[in-house]
Structures are given as structure tokens and as C-alpha cells.
Design a protein. Structure first.
Length: 326
């Protein structure tokens, strides 16, 4: 097996969290113990009201305008702390000004949930070398998942799910993902909620092209998790999002130490650059049909010449970054 470079998994954590969060949210936690991460609890109506009342703005928000009406782009994170999951006043106003909330995948849609679950269990998994399979099993046990909770999924899905779970001991949990909260918040405001992509597309993009590439991918990701570097980068990504630090987000490729093997570099290209035109086309179609769209996708889809703000400008939209108040 070719040696994997350890930086890749840190990049993959951010790019693949949408799928990982969906995977993990469907799993039940094992019996808790003193060594297990806390289990996310449903929030009461009072907690939600208080959270919305006290929330401040996080993330990255743009107003886009064409054909005499406006829509919005919002860069999210797919795992968060409960204190940060509530949209602040600028984001709330943008949602209220919109009639449609567009997400990568609307995970509150029962059809999306079913198709994702079926797609994950129908994939033909690659057999891992025994040592690597044992490392994966040990990490599953460390995250206190029930025995066999991920067994029916491909190794790519399993290790991606584990990457999304790595911050739970510090309260950074897929259960508090921004996209899922926005989906519920939009429904509460009688907004239309749509998916810009399909579960089948996301699963296809995640699948490595060869068994050797799968083994390389899993080995690199496990090295990141075991060393703690994946958690360090998750901290940095989350801090950048909380602070709305667009300049630091734009430098992501520098500070994430992303030096993947060629097969994994191509995966990252598929998961970001090659998805962005389709996301932009979907947002534009909704807007040009007369909709006022609030499009919320992972923040890494927003940076660089192939990021969504740049792509919408190429499609004739005026694009304005919205500055938050104090």
C-alpha cells in the first residue's frame, strides 16, 4: 500500500461533513460511560427561543441581485456547538426576506433520509487489510457507537462519519449542524425548503475509484484521527466560521496542511470545485424563476475563483458581502 500523507484527512473533514453529519445523525449512541462523549439532547422550545433571542451572527453571508430582486448565499458548518447553532439577526432577516431556503441536502425530508440510507447500505464495500480494519473498529469503539452501527456502510462513509464525530467531547456535534437547524427554522416560518443536490450524487462523489484508493483514503483519515490533527483542524475551521473570518477562510489551503496523494486530491476536487457549478446553477434557476432564495451550503464552497460568490458574479449577479453588526 502506498504511504498516505497525513494532511489530507484534515481537508476531507471540512469537505465531507455534510454527508458525515447525515450519517451520524441516524445512529444511536451506545450506553454512556465516563469515557464517552456526551449524547446530544433535543432542545426544548424555551431553549430554542432563548437561543434565537441571544444569538449573534456567525459564518459568511452575501446578498446577490439580478432581475430586480435579491437572494442570499450563506456559508455554514455542518457540525457546531449548541451555543452557536442559532442564526443571528442578519441571518434571520435574510431568511425572512426569502421565500425559499436551499440546502445541499434537506435532511429533514423523509425521502432524502430514505434514499441516503438505502444508498449507503447498497454500496459494495472494499475489504480493508486486517490491521486497518482493526484500527477502524477501535475508533468506532472510542466514539462509543453501538457494535455494528456502521458495519453496513462502505469504509469511506464509516471514516467520514468518524471524522464528523471527533469534536463531540468538546461539544462540536453533527446534531447541532447549522444546515439542519436552518431547515427546521425555515419550515417554522412557512418557507419552501429544497435540496440543491441528491443523496445519490453525494455518495457517488465520496466513493473512491479503486480498492487501493479506498485503502489509502481510510489509512490517511485514520492517521489524522489517531494523531489528533483532525480535531485541531476542526477547531480552526469552527473558529473561522464563528468569527466570520473570510480572509482566514480564503487561506484554508495554506493552514490545513493539505498535501494529499493524487487520488485523494482528485476526490477533493470532485467534492468542492466540480460541485460548485451545479450548486450555482441550482441557485440561479430558483432565483430566475422569481424566487427569493436563501442558499446555505458549506463555507468551503464560498472561497476562490470557483467559489459560489465568484460563480454567481460570472452569471450576471451583483454580489455583496454583508457585514455583521457588533
Amino acid at each position: 500500500m502506498k504511504n498516505s500523507r497525513p494532511g489530507f484527512s484534515r481537508c476531507a473533514v471540512a469537505a465531507l461533513l455534510a454527508l458525515a453529519a447525515a450519517t451520524c445523525s441516524a445512529q444511536s449512541a451506545a450506553e454512556p460511560s465516563s469515557n464517552c462523549p456526551p449524547v446530544a439532547q433535543p432542545l426544548s422550545a424555551e431553549q430554542i427561543q432563548s437561543g434565537l433571542r441571544d444569538a449573534r451572527d456567525h459564518g459568511f453571508l452575501w446578498r446577490i441581485r439580478k432581475n430586480d430582486h435579491s437572494s442570499y448565499l450563506y456559508g455554514t458548518v455542518h457540525v457546531a456547538r449548541v451555543a452557536n447553532m442559532f442564526p443571528g439577526p442578519s441571518v434571520v432577516q435574510a431568511v425572512r426576506d426569502s421565500d425559499t431556503v436551499a440546502l445541499e441536502l434537506d435532511m429533514l425530508d423523509p425521502d432524502i433520509q430514505t434514499r441516503l440510507r438505502v444508498g449507503m447500505t447498497q454500496a459494495q464495500p472494499t475489504a480493508l487489510p486486517e490491521v486497518l480494519a482493526q484500527r477502524l473498529a477501535k475508533r468506532i469503539e472510542f466514539e462509543c457507537l453501538p457494535a455494528g452501527a456502521l458495519a453496513s456502510f462502505s469504509p469511506e462513509v464509516q471514516v467520514t462519519a468518524l471524522s464528523a464525530l471527533t469534536g463531540r467531547r468538546e461539544g462540536i456535534d453533527p446534531a447541532y449542524g447549522i444546515d439542519n437547524f436552518l431547515a427546521g427554522f425555515a419550515r417554522g416560518g412557512n418557507k419552501r425548503v429544497v435540496s440543491l443536490e441528491t443523496p445519490e450524487l453525494q455518495l457517488k462523489l465520496l466513493k473512491m475509484p479503486t480498492p487501493d484508493a479506498t485503502i489509502e483514503f481510510v489509512d490517511a483519515a485514520m492517521t489524522e484521527l489517531e494523531s489528533g490533527r483532525g480535531l485541531q483542524t476542526l477547531h480552526r475551521i469552527f473558529k473561522v466560521w464563528v468569527n466570520g473570518d473570510e480572509a482566514d477562510l480564503a487561506r484554508y489551503a495554506q493552514w490545513c496542511d493539505c498535501t494529499p496523494p493524487e487520488s485523494e486530491r482528485l476526490l477533493m476536487k470532485r467534492m468542492l470545485d466540480e460541485r460548485n457549478p451545479g450548486l450555482a446553477d441550482g441557485i440561479s434557476a430558483l432565483h430566475e424563476a422569481g424566487g427569493r432564495v436563501f442558499a446555505a451550503v458549506g463555507s468551503l464552497h464560498m472561497i476562490g475563483p470557483l467559489g459560489l460568490p465568484a460563480l454567481m458574479a460570472q452569471r450576471g449577479y451583483s454580489v455583496e458581502r454583508i457585514a455583521y453588526g457588533p
